[in-house]
Design a protein around this ligand. Sequence first.
Ligand SMILES: Nc1ncnc2c1ncn2[C@@H]1O[C@H](COP(=O)(O)OP(=O)(O)OP(=O)(O)O)[C@@H](O)[C@H]1O
Length: 842
Amino acid sequence: MKSKKDPTTPRRRASVSKNGGITKAARVLSRPVSTSTAPSKPPTACNIKVVVRIRPANEREQENEKFDNVVKFIDNSTLIFDPKEDEQPFFFHGVQQKSRDLLKKTKKDITFHFDRVFNNASTNLQVFDSSTKSLIDTLMEGCNCSVFAYGATGSGKTYTMIGNSRNPGITYLTMKELFQRKEDLNAEREFELMLTYIEVYNELVKDLLNPGAPLNLREDEKYGVVIRGVKGHKITNPDELFNLLEIGNKRRTQHPTDANAESSRSHALLQVYIQMTFKNTREIRRAKLSMIDLAGSERGSATGFVGARFKEGANINKSLLALGNCINSLADGQRHVPYRDSKLTRLLKDSLGGNCHTIMIANVSPASMSFDDTYNTLKYATRAKKIKSSLKRNVVNVDMHIDQYIKLVEDLQQENSTLKTENQRLKKKLEDLAQTSTSMTTCDNDCQKQIEELIREKNEIKKQLEEVLAAKAPDSVTKQPNTYLIRQNTVILGNDAGDSFKSPIKIDPKIISVFKQTICDKKELMQREYQCQSMRLGMSLRRELKADIKSRLSSLYVDTPEKEEMRRKIDEQVDRYEKKEKATSTNVDEIQQKCSVVDRELQELVDKHPELLEEFRLANLEIDALNYKYKSDLKQKELEVVFDDHKDKSSVLETMAKLLKNLFLAVGGKDGAPESIKKQYHDIVAMLNGKKSLKWHETEEPEPMLEMDPAVSSASQPVSPNEEKSRAIKRKIETDSQLSLDSTFTQSKSPKTPNCKLGSKLTVNSNTHIVAKGKTPNKRLVGYASPRRCSPRTALSPRKKVSPRSKENNVRKVIARPDTARTLPRKATVSKPREDRPRFRL
Ligand SMILES: Nc1ncnc2c1ncn2[C@@H]1O[C@H](COP(=O)(O)OP(=O)(O)OP(=O)(O)O)[C@@H](O)[C@H]1O
């Protein structure tokens, strides 16, 4: 007798009828469909309908001497598992058992009740008639329906769902019925049907009708779980469905196992999307029918615990376990249901406890060899009976935009392919950008600057040329230049259709056009050469700086793998720069060759047409100017890089000096440090002193304009902008050098401050220090200055009240700008022989 406390003994619910267990809710839904616009009904709660199908024992099982029938069919809704009257010896895994379970019960003898039980003689048609046929009515109401076959491997799931040509499964029969119903209702409704057929294999979702990359699932607020990128197929009759099923099933992953020669190793899901539009009211109803053939649970021993079959088995079991957990949670009415534990449960989310009328077909084998599997299946089927779904019609307001399931899938497909293309495009773009960004960043900026400079320069040259032309023209022309040029049949030269060159000599327009084009080519080549030269210079400087860094650091490195790696990277960078430099050099050579060809052509043209001589001269002027500009720009760039490097080095030197000082003090300073260290320290300080101070040396250059009026001085020596710029950089370097001298230096030697009396003459020799103290030690300034430059009248402004700080300012000013004679007072009385004049040197 079955214990009352046994949780597996279900009590028959009032809603289950004797003949087939159709619930009340299902009966309500199976009422004939009204053709009028049915108002959206509130959700109807209904339980999952669970039917059990016992398959016939196969030959292999029957031939086994240990075979025993452990499932006894009682009636359409009842079965007994492991019936008591069965007193034959019981074998499990080939061993005769004394008792049949660990609880020492002789027989389990458990009675199970389900919505419907099919015995081993039942056909697929009978199963269909008593299970999924009723779903058609629900579908016609506009409600979602779902049917899934559950059971151990070889228990008959695929046979029930798909069947064979002689005995088609319930999928085909259901669809046939659907088409029949569609025919019946064609007069009043327009139908649109579309299906998708996918499999979940090893936790990957694959489209069986459109093979490709695994698909992703997406939670959609409106449509629940949607498979992204799945291809929908429109069908108009059941035969089309049958063809598609055949195609899909051929692609479905199947492998023979011990339990089943054609075991399905994946979960297959066929989804049919139906849209019905009522012809008279234009009401739209939508429904989704999901038909799922699950892979069978199995023991590892069935696959030999090895290889791909074992991995598949583990994945199948994992997803079925997740399904079992979901069933348990739903049956217990828990709020959290772990749908997300597997792809299968995510897909079945709608079917289990959602807005769906669900039928579960539990397939069992009657053989004692499958004792555990059958018992487990029956237990899960019993738990599943408790699951409630809330069923509601999917009715679309006729005024609403028709964004149907079909449309959604099509839209998603469209979106997916667009995103894919876009993704690929962006990926490629990113790769290209990454490749070129390094070189382009510098090159682009330089080019931009260059172009601007060129335009400016071109305009200047144009202006100058106009002036030259105006000067050359007769007086009458100067008065009326336009009429003159027109009268002389002027040919216009230049880069743009404007007024670059205006020749008063009559020249054949064709020749002038050839000439103009050749000049343009030449300029273009020059520009390209400049760009390449600029790039080559950049590479060369970078390479040299990297090599410099490596040699500087090599003495500091302690050999560790990281440092080795760093060294290796530097070497790689140096190699890379070298290669690029070589490549650019080759380009330069090529361009230069082309340039000479163009030059030759020009020369030949001019030789042939002497009337071009004047234009040629002017164009050459322009080219020379351009050449000069490119060269000076390159120098400028080089100087800037060197300057930056110098700045970095100064800063490192400064930090090192501080460290040196601290170390020196730490070992006892000048009083306590060992003599050898003291000597080394002072040597370094002396070296720093030598490196960091300004150097002045004898020169034969003309007198600096110390005694000149600043206004006169600047006016008489016009300075080009580039010259001015390089001077500024030099000044900057010098200033930084001075700033970095710091207190380390002052400690090494007590400097003497010159006797700086206001207005007095001062003879200061080249070794004299001028010390000025700022607010912080870093601001202390020490430097050598020439007697002339640092005359008290220069350093200490007589107009200001003299304070140590103002002295400092003045001294700094003088030191920072050794070439600014303008800062000196007019007619300074300090004089020095010509050979003693200092000259600034970097
Ligand atoms: N009701 C039935 N009548 C006759 N033969 C059946 C029945 N059910 C199953 N079979 C046979 O049993 C074998 C296994 O069935 P099927 O392949 O459907 O099992 P399955 O549960 O789908 O297994 P798997 O999970 O491994 O795919 C097949 O040869 C099938 O023809």
